[in-house]
Design a protein around this ligand. Sequence first.
Ligand code: TEU
Ligand code: CA
Length: 572
Amino acid sequence: MTTDGSWEQGRVWWKEAVVYQVYPRSFMDSNGDGIGDLQGIISRLDYLQWLGIDVLWLSPVYESPNTDNGYDISDYRAIMAEFGNMEDFDCLLSGLHERNMKLMMDLVVNHTSDEHEWFRMARSKKDSPYRDYYIWRPNRDGKFPNNWASFFGGSVWKLEEQTNEYYLHLFASSQPDLNWENPQVRNEIYGMMRWWLDKGVDGFRMDVINAISKTPGLPDAPYTGGEEFQWGGSLFLSGPRVHEYLQEMNERVLAHYDLMTVGETLSVTPSEALQYVGVDRGELHMLFQFELMDIDAGAGGKWDVRGWRLSEFKSIMSRWQTELYGRGWNSLYLNNHDQPRVVSRFGNDKQFWAESAKMLATMLHTLQGTPFVYQGEEIGMTNVRFEKIEDYRDIETLNWYNEQVTRLGRDSGEALEAIHFKGRDNARTPLQWNDTQNAGFTAGVPWIQVNSNYQEINVEKQRSDPHSIVNYYRRLIELRRNFPVIVYGDYTELARDDETIYAFVRHLDGSSLFTILNFSAESYTIHFTAEDIPRIPRVSALLISNYERVDQALTSSMHLRPYEARVYMSSS
Ligand code: TEU
Ligand code: CA
């Protein structure tokens, strides 16, 4: 399907934007308590403007007891004291708007904190008007109401002693799930969303939004293996009423504002995605897919790391690129606060650190969709390897380690190895601003240790180097503004079965963009097939590359150096 010729009617700011995710706890500390905060972000707005980003997505800054770093909210209309106050927030919002940038808030409405006023009232008595804001089941002989496993280990059920009933929590027990079947809950949430939008925020990233509708009766999940609790995803992801709720949310809230929405949706395929982001669905603008993030997960889930082939990687990307084209819109992301650092995961954070970080950036910025850059990605920040479990902070990581090592007796070195590769704290070490103590993040003791490579990898060092990763990101972001084909062009993959090279062409009206990427640490010559050769644009100029000297023209066989990336452009 193509939208050639009509793309100018379909122009919207959030398709043309580049989003930058800030994880506030780890971005910049302004007052020396070791915790990033709103004034810290404000002090770095000029940097973000220099980088060229359009939208800042702020991970949660609402009041929270922080068992899951702000993803457990105790007051949706207040700012976490550690981060500042509402005045600081307003100042951040106006600081962004003055610089022509927008602010997207994180919206966490699948669950609240157990310290939220609603839950405090709900838990105390069965006849509380708030009881039905959450999901309760009676205690029958001390047996869990069903066999679902929590994302963070153990059962999804916790017994509330005061009333002798269980409540449901898909995540930590301090994160009780809201009961979306209750229209009052939905009203409260819509009212809260309007309150933030009326303040001037420009959009929402919706946390696990496809988990809000659970299968009625909450039946047991199918048995898939020896463990006590089972993965219940099929019973609560994209559940029976999820589209009804999102359409209602759209009608009641979203449709009344000029905003940007992104749903975080686990286990969604491209065809299911169209039900959320299809242009005629009246739901969301885009979603975060997990197929790429799950590529290295084995049968045992995320910690059970498996190898992957480039052809698998490319086929995931290509399916999303083609199935959504003209029908919905893609988001593009390679890491975030829950995922390992992209250069360590899909690139090479040793010998070809800069080359591979730039190669991955080239892919991110030239595919079809809205790119999301996670803080520190733009300087090639890498995974961290803490030697002791005590240095880790993430609840998911700590729970998993305890279960594996303390309960199941697994070797602790082996568990740490998996954590070094997959743990969420890889993404949560402080942003490396310069080579002074604590990487310039804090004058105090950071809440989580700084990655020890901050003297080599930091913003200050890279800003002044025209060949640095950060300056490469800056150029890519700028290209997007100058060439509509990058935003609106269609997509054709070349050399589909090649296990070393990812190559694709984008077309829009008379313009063509050709991206070729070497995903390996070896030099490699690709010979395009007779079928692919006619797809290679003629008379093309090199637009950007991660190697300084590129003297080759675009031909039917090309030699690429390790992690080499090139983008060619032709227009008639
Ligand atoms: O993440 C949803 C989610 O499913 C993650 O738990 C994911 O499976 C895991 O991080 C992979 O390691 C969202 C937030 O992004 C995450 O930070 C929260 O912990 C979670 O929801 C609960 O709010
Ligand atoms: Ca602080």
